[in-house]
Design a binder for this molecule. Structure first.
Ligand code: FPP
Length: 228
């Protein structure tokens, strides 16, 4: 199956509520969320999507209870370790956006290893947004322009955003019922198609995902111009 969509961004919301509805703690929901990351990544790879950018940890997520933050860090490290064979088997390249500086050296090492091992892969690129916030990304881009004394045109700003190597975003999907972008890819969202679903991330199914991809094909993208 082939879709015209090249680059998908996903705000994976609803892990906590998914767990609470099962009388489990939030960590259980994040584990289920990580499993869903695996499934959706494999689907994108099979569908010939070029880039999948996943909002895994935002610059605002540090405000969560420290136990939840440290669980998410451990989960991320474990996920990357376990995921490597799947990335290799499916020719998937691993990349990140966001500022990795505050992460532990163990996590940074695992991230680096996963990037290096998969750098030559030519299939899907899975991009994890880690300690990512669109405001932070834009500030870092502007500071880089200042550093090199570059006039900030739209093209130059775009070229200095974290997503520069991965091209334009075609669609952003948000699970979990909220209708907002929560500081995710704000610049890049300018002409992206937006899809919101009340499905909680661990329940997000292949069928629903395919329905969204099919719906994308029906949308007329005019980029501010006129029809036809
Ligand atoms: C939102 O659910 C989700 C996150 C804060 C981060 C997403 C994390 C994962 C999908 C799991 C780990 C990811 C990887 C790549 C290993 P929430 O906790 O805000 O849910 P709620 O809105 O129901 O409380």
């Amino acid at each position: 199956m082939n879709f015209s969509c090249q680059h998908i961004g996903i705000i994976m919301d609803g892990n906590g509520r998914w767990a609470e509805r099962r009388d489990k703690n939030r960590s259980f929901g994040h584990e289920a969320g990580a499993q869903k990351v695996r499934e959706i990544t494999q689907l994108c790879s099979r569908f010939g999507i070029r880039y999948l950018t996943l909002y895994a940890f935002s610059t605002e997520n540090w405000k969560r209870p420290s136990l939840e933050v440290s669980f998410l860090m451990q989960l991320m490290t474990k996920y990357l370790k376990n995921e490597l064979p799947l990335l290799i088997e499916n020719n998937i390249r691993f990349e990140t956006i966001g500022d990795l500086n505050p992460f532990s050296s163990a996590l940074k090492k695992q991230i680096q290893l996963t990037k290096e091992t998969t750098a030559h892969h030519t299939g899907l690129t899975q991009v994890l947004a880690l300690n990512y916030g669109a405001h932070d990304e834009m500030i870092r881009a502007i500071n880089r322009l200042r550093e090199y004394d570059i006039t900030p045109t739209a093209e130059q700003i775009e070229n200095h955003l974290d997503t520069a190597p991965f091209g334009k975003i075609d669609m952003i999907i948000r699970t979990g019922g909220d209708i907002r972008l929560s500081n995710f890819l704000l610049w890049q969202a300018a002409y992206a198609e937006l899809f919101f679903t009340s499905t909680l991330w661990p329940d997000f199914s292949a069928d629903e995902f395919m329905g969204i991809l099919e719906n994308f094909e029906l949308r007329e993208r005019r980029y501010g111009g006129l029809n036809g």
